[in-house]
Design a protein around this ligand. Structure first.
Ligand SMILES: Cc1cc2nc3c(=O)[nH]c(=O)nc-3n(C[C@H](O)[C@H](O)[C@H](O)COP(=O)(O)OP(=O)(O)OC[C@H]3O[C@@H](n4cnc5c(N)ncnc54)[C@H](O)[C@@H]3O)c2cc1C
Length: 139
């Protein structure tokens, strides 16, 4: 078993292992954060460079249930973030540059030079993650 110390917190017995890392801060990412947070999995969400995803550039969102007066995309993003954080989602402003998924637990590397070890990864669209390198693609 390889050991990783750069970025992932250690407790003296090897690297800290996350239960789940959520990649992306669009509606899918914050939904994954909300659900895994409610399941007490203490998720770590890595936003990517497009904080809030596509909806963050939307001027007016008219079709989300529960918002009959409409709201702007950025307003919706902040509500989704607050709801996910309410249940323990930790939000990191960083970008996933590499996933190592030919081992378990998985390894996640970021452009800020951090490395995380995680039991599971949640992402809306792995084909659109624009990763610099994936040692083995997720199917
Ligand atoms: C102009 C516009 C207007 C729209 N208006 C509406 C509307 O009114 N109502 C509606 O329902 N839908 C609307 N949509 C569609 C809606 O925005 C999308 O369906 C929705 O954003 C998809 O969410 P998603 O989380 O799956 O993906 P995205 O929103 O695409 O989010 C992807 C996330 O992944 C992150 N990411 C990518 N690569 C990495 C990486 N390597 N590491 C970390 N993170 C990464 C990005 O930073 C981003 O946060 C609109 C879309 C656009 C473009």
């Amino acid at each position: 078993m390889q050991s990783y110390t750069n970025g992932a917190a250690t407790n003296g017995n090897g690297p800290h292992v996350e239960e789940v890392i959520v990649i992306g801060s669009g509606p899918a990412g914050f939904t994954a954060g909300l659900y895994t947070g409610r399941a007490n999995l203490n998720p770590l969400l890595i936003t990517g460079n497009d904080y809030g995803g596509q909806v963050s550039i939307t001027y007016e969102v008219e079709n989300y249930p529960g918002f009959p007066e409409s709201l702007s995309g950025p307003e919706l993003v902040e509500k989704m973030k607050a709801q996910a954080e309410k249940f323990g989602t930790r939000v990191e402003f960083d970008y996933v540059s590499e996933l190592v998924v030919d081992q378990h637990p998985f390894l996640v590397r970021t452009t800020l030079g951090k490395e995380y070890v995680t039991k599971s990864i949640a992402s809306s669209k792995t084909k659109r993650l624009n990763l610099f390198g994936i040692r083995r693609s997720l199917k």
